[in-house]
Design a protein around this ligand. Structure first.
Ligand code: GAR
Length: 319
């Protein structure tokens, strides 16, 4: 039953227990406070029953809710409880129905920035209607610094959860990052990924409805693209369409950019289709290249851009 409740709330196990603690503390505090106010007002057995009932109902309807928000904020769960309160206020008719039950605006505008231009992203509107809670699988093969930033950025998010890390290298750094954050890891093998069921049953079992490639170097098979239409995004460490395609990953990209004498480079976040680095772009950010830059120093600049923007772009895209 608890598992079902956790799924309904769309939270991680850790967050689930924190929420329980908040509810527990709130209940106890409200009861103690009610008792204190009762004696402060001098209410006793002889007091007219209606006054006592009114006090209790008032404490339950208003006091409890304020205390809940207070403890929620103290334990880092403001977003969850504010959403909960808004829902309650809407049910009571105090708040207008400007937002949907999961807190999204009804006039949804999933807009993202490409440089300074705003692009309208209509595809995701349909997607989010189907999946109010977004469960992300991060696919990564390397150190996992991007995965780490995304996980920590979304840690307390009430409706976007990193539910799984998918990795094709047993010793990769991203595995310990997942373990430290209590996120399950699915280790995948080439044969099944490219010629089998592409691990779609496992992804479904975890309720995955969005995939983020953060340094994942295998091509995504057509079957997976078809199973997750417009629901797979990738980050590439260059300004696509330049320096993309097969074999262009990590340091190889930076070496090629420096060798070509480029004056700037950057990052591209894009949808994934069945071709390497060719899906529709979502976001780009740039950085200058100095004459003294090496592939290694450029890689550092690119990582700074990635860490700054990737988690935020994901959140904006899915909100
Ligand atoms: C990132 O720079 C990412 O852009 C790149 O791999 C790195 C992974 O770093 N991805 C590609 O090159 C994909 N073609 P991380 O493991 O520290 O996140």
């Amino acid at each position: 039953m608890l598992k079902r409740l956790q799924e309904k709330w769309g939270v991680s196990t850790r967050q689930f227990w924190i929420l329980f603690i908040v509810f527990g503390l709130t209940g106890t505090t409200t009861a103690l406070l009610t008792r204190y106010i009762t004696s402060w007002l001098g209410m006793d057995a002889g007091t007219f029953w209606l006054w006592k009932v009114l006090l209790r109902v008032g404490m339950l309807v208003f006091g409890y809710q304020f205390i809940l928000l207070g403890y929620g904020a103290l334990l880092g769960q403001w977003a969850f409880f504010w959403k909960y309160e808004r829902k309650l206020l809407r049910k009571m008719g105090i708040l207008r129905k400007e937002t949907t039950d999961d807190g999204r605006q009804t006039t949804e505008n999933s807009r993202l920035f490409i440089d300074d231009r705003i692009i309208q992203n209509s595809k995701l509107k349909t997607q989010n209607k189907e999946f109010p809670t977004v469960r992300i699988a991060i696919f990564a093969s390397g150190a996992g610094s991007n995965a780490e930033k995304i996980i920590s950025h979304l840690k307390n998010h009430s409706s976007i959860i990193v539910s799984l890390v998918v990795c094709n290298k047993p010793g990769a750094g991203v595995i310990s990052i997942a373990a430290a954050n209590e996120i399950p890891v699915l280790l995948i093998e080439k044969e099944r990924f490219f010629r089998g069921d592409t691990y779609i049953p496992e992804l479904s079992a975890y309720g995955i409805n969005f995939i983020v490639l953060a340094g994942f170097l295998w091509k995504i098979p057509e079957a997976l693209v078809a199973a997750y239409p417009n629901q797979i995004i990738n980050i590439h460490p260059a300004l696509l369409p330049k320096y993309g395609g097969k074999g262009m990953y990590g340091m190889k990209v930076h070496e090629a950019v420096i060798a070509a004498g480029e004056k700037e480079s950057g990052i591209t976040i894009h949808y994934v289709n069945e071709h390497f680095d060719e899906g529709e772009p979502i976001f780009q950010a740039r950085c200058p290249i100095d004459e003294t830059d090496t592939p290694e120093s450029l890689a550092q600049k690119i990582h700074v851009l990635e860490h700054r923007h990737f988690p935020e772009v994901i959140e904006k895209l899915l909100k």
